[in-house]
Write a protein that binds this ligand. Structure first.
Ligand SMILES: Nc1nc2c(c(=O)[nH]1)N(C=O)[C@@H](CNc1ccc(C(=O)N[C@@H](CCC(=O)O)C(=O)O)cc1)CN2
Ligand SMILES: Nc1ncnc2c1ncn2[C@@H]1O[C@H](COP(=O)(O)OP(=O)(O)OP(=O)(O)O)[C@@H](O)[C@H]1O
Length: 231
């Protein structure tokens, strides 16, 4: 019988191979559609403090124009920072505008990361600021399925972060929304889940928004578009 770990590994491998075949222009086109859908959504528009990842060089939706839009719209932006001191741990650090962002060096896997310092002082982190609450986390993945399960790269960074965040905030956590290329949205139940794995509240793909039950004002219609619930 396949273990959870081996079935996750097999799925990662087949998805990574499929993503490698996508033309860069296709990834760009899909990224634009996802970002358009996201920025028009009420849960995004209502958010004030947002975590968004900075894309890897390939095999992932390109978030660069989204990050610029978050900054331009005056929302507070946090981005992932891998903790080198403790295995599997990640924090989110504050980004202070476009100019600040443009100075980030590329860290592991070619992902840009801020330094711990900004203008000679310690940069604000989400986990060190219990008073700071995130409204929304935009998550990357290797794949999602339409029952809102998520498969990452196998290090458990997001799962650990969300558990740590909830523990520090009386069990409350931000809305979790995955961003996906079409090829990364699988049929319900296709992503195997373990006891540590958090489901997302919603997934935005180029074609639809799935889920979003964390927002009581909105539900998802058959095409996956958001509509306002009758009050
Ligand atoms: N853009 C982006 N930023 C992110 C993530 C992400 O998935 N995407 N992360 C999400 O957690 C964290 C970084 N985690 C990562 C962990 C492993 C690999 C990676 O490529 N690892 C393997 C290949 C594994 C595989 O996918 O088969 C390697 O080491 O070669 C990439 C990112 C935080 N920042
Ligand atoms: N909250 C947690 N506490 C302790 N260990 C955890 C936690 N979450 C995940 N892990 C461990 O991290 C490892 C990787 O988990 P998993 O394979 O689910 O990663 P993933 O969700 O695919 O990746 P990622 O979250 O980095 O994108 C597993 O060994 C898992 O047991």
């Amino acid at each position: 019988m396949a273990t959870l770990q081996t079935s996750k590994r097999a799925l990662r491998k087949s998805l990574s191979a499929a993503l490698r075949t996508l033309a860069p222009a296709d990834v760009q086109r899909q990224s634009e559609l996802v970002i358009k859908r996201l920025v028009n959504s009420p849960f995004f528009q209502q958010s004030k403090c947002v975590s968004c990842y900075l894309s890897m060089p390939s095999g992932e939706l390109d978030t660069s124009s989204l990050v610029a839009e978050i900054i331009r719209s005056g929302k507070t932006l946090f981005v992932p920072k891998i903790k080198s001191t403790s295995e599997g741990q990640m924090d989110f650090l504050r980004v202070h505008g476009e100019q600040d962002l443009s100075t980030f060096p590329a860290g592991p896997w070619g992902i840009k990361e801020p330094d711990y310092e900004w203008q000679g002082a310690r940069r604000q982190s989400v986990l060190d600021s219990p008073g700071e609450s995130l409204d929304l986390i935009l998550l990357p993945a290797v794949a999602f399925d339409r029952s809102l399960s998520r498969l990452g790269h196998g290090k458990g960074y997001y799962d650990r972060f969300i558990s740590a965040y909830a523990a520090a905030h009386d069990g409350r956590r931000p809305l979790l929304v995955g961003l996906a290329l079409r090829e990364q949205v699988l049929a319900p139940g296709e992503v195997p889940m373990g006891e540590w794995d958090w489901k997302v509240d919603g997934i935005v793909s180029p074609d639809a928004i799935y889920g979003i039950r964390g927002d009581p004002l909105h539900t998802v219609n058959e095409e996956g578009g958001l509509r306002r619930m009758a009050s």
